[in-house]
Design a protein around this ligand. Structure first.
Ligand code: KG4
Ligand code: ZN
Length: 337
C-alpha cells in the first residue's frame, strides 16, 4: 500500500504545500510573499498574515494537482522550527486542525533536517541516484551555514558552522549594499553571469577548523564600495556584473574550502548540498569540477527543492511515518533549536 502525506512549510516568507506518495512528489506548490521586497527583508508580522491568507488555497491546489482528495491522506507533516515564530504557528495550527478533522496523525519536521532529507526525493521512474550513508551535506540557507555529517535519516552531526552570518545572509547583505532588492542571492547569481569574477578580491576569513565566518567579508565589501564610490560615483553602475561575480566567488570559495577540508578529514566522497544557496550556479559548477578532480559523488537537489518548499517536509514526514514517529496535538512551534 502506498503512503500519501501532505507537507506544510511556513517557516519564513513562503507558504508551501506538497503531496508525496511514498518517496515520489506528486505536487509542490509555493506562494511567494511579494510584500517583503520593498522592505529589504522579511517583515515577521506581514509574513504571518500572508501565511494565513495563503495556506488554505495552497493546500487545496496541492491536493488538486496531486489528483487526491484529503480523505486519501495518511498524515500531515509540518515544519515545527526553526524559523519565524508567528509564521510557524500558522502552519502548525493548520496541521493540527486538518489532522483532527481527518482523524490522521501529525508529524513534526525540523526545517534544517528537511533541507538535507530533500536528497531522498525520488523520481516516479526511480531513476534518481540517492546518497548513501554516511555522507557530508553542506547546508547553506539564509539562516544557516553548516557542514553536516549525515549518518542516517535522523542521525546528524554538525561538524562545522558559521560563527556569525550565514552564507545566504552574506549574499543578501552584499546585494543590499549594491542597492539590490531582497532576497539578493539570486540577483547576484544572475548578474555574476555577465561579470569577471577575478576583477576584485576580498580578504578570506582566518577561522580555524571547519567553522565559517562571513561578517568580516561583509564589512570589507561595504568599505570597498564606499571607497570606490568616493572616487567615482558611477563605479557601481559601470562595474555591477564584475562586482557581483567577485563577491560571489569569495562567498562560494570560502564555503567550498571548508567542505574540502571536511571531506578529507572524514574520508568521505559522497558530498551533498542543501538549502537556498545550493541554488547558486557557481556553487554547482565548482562542485561539478570537484567531482572530477577529487572523485566526489556530488548530490545537488532539483532546483525547486533547494529553496524553502514543502516537498522536503513531506519526504521527512514520510520517513518519520515509517517509524510511527507522530507528534501530540499539544506540540508547539520553536523559533530556534
Ligand atoms: O533555504 P532558504 O530558501 O530559506 C532559509 O531557510 O533561509 O534560503 C534562502 C537564502 C537567501 O539568503 C537567498 O538569497 C539564498 O538562499 N539564495 C541564493 C540563491 N537562491 C537563493 N543565494 C545565492 N545564489 C542563488 N541562486
Ligand atoms: Zn530553508
Amino acid at each position: 500500500m502506498s503512503i500519501y502525506i501532505l507537507g506544510i512549510e511556513s517557516s519564513c516568507d513562503d507558504t508551501s504545500a506538497a503531496v508525496i506518495k511514498d518517496q515520489v512528489i506528486l505536487s509542490n506548490l509555493i506562494a511567494n510573499q511579494e510584500v517583503h521586497r520593498t522592505y529589504g527583508g522579511v517583515v515577521p508580522e506581514l509574513a504571518s498574515r500572508a501565511h494565513q491568507q495563503n495556506i488554505i488555497p495552497v493546500v487545496e491546489q496541492a491536493l488538486m494537482k496531486a489528483k487526491l482528495t484529503k480523505n486519501q491522506l495518511h498524515a500531515v507533516a509540518f515544519t515545527r522550527g526553526p524559523g519565524l515564530l508567528g509564521s510557524l504557528l500558522v502552519g502548525t495550527s493548520f496541521a493540527k486542525a486538518f489532522s483532527l478533522s481527518l482523524g490522521i496523525p501529525i508529524i513534526e519536521v525540523d526545517h534544517m533536517e528537511a533541507h538535507i532529507l530533500a536528497h531522498f526525493i525520488q523520481e516516479a521512474d526511480g531513476s534518481r541516484a540517492l546518497p548513501s550513508f554516511p555522507f557530508l551535506c553542506l547546508t547553506v540557507s539564509g539562516g544557516h551555514t553548516q557542514i553536516v555529517l549525515v549518518k542516517d535519516y535522523f542521525n546528524f552531526e554538525i561538524v562545522g558552522k558559521t560563527i556569525d552570518d550565514a552564507a545566504g545572509e552574506a549574499f543578501d547583505k552584499a546585494a543590499k549594499i549594491m542597492g539590490l532588492p531582497y532576497p539578493g542571492g539570486p540577483l547576484i547569481d544572475q548578474l555574476a553571469r555577465q561579470g569577471n569574477e577575478n576583477t576584485f578580491r576580498f580578504p578570506e576569513p582566518l577561522i580555524p577548523g571547519l567553522d565559517y565566518s562571513y561578517s568580516g567579508l561583509k564589512t570589507s565589501f561595504l568599505y570597498f564600495l564606499r571607497d570606490r564610490l568616493r572616487e567615482d560615483e558611477g563605479f557601481l553602475e559601470k562595474n555591477k556584473a564584475d562586482i557581483a561575480a567577485s563577491i560571489q566567488k569569495s562567498i562560494i570559495d570560502i564555503l567550498v574550502k571548508k567542505l574540502e577540508m571536511a571531506a578529507r578529514e572524514f574520508g568521505i566522497k559522497d558530498i551533498a548540498i542543501a538549502g537556498g544557496v545550493s541554488a547558486n550556479s557557481r556553487l554547482r559548477e565548482v562542485l561539478h569540477s570537484k567531482s572530477v578532480a577529487l572523485g566526489w559523488n556530488v548530490f545537488i537537489p532539483k532546483f525547486e527543492y533547494c529553496t524553502d518548499n514543502a516537498a522536503m517536509i513531506a519526504i521527512a514526514g514520510y520517513f518519520k511515518f515509517l517509524k510511527k514517529d507522530f507528534a501530540e496535538q499539544s506540540v508547539s512551534a520553536y523559533a530556534r533549536r
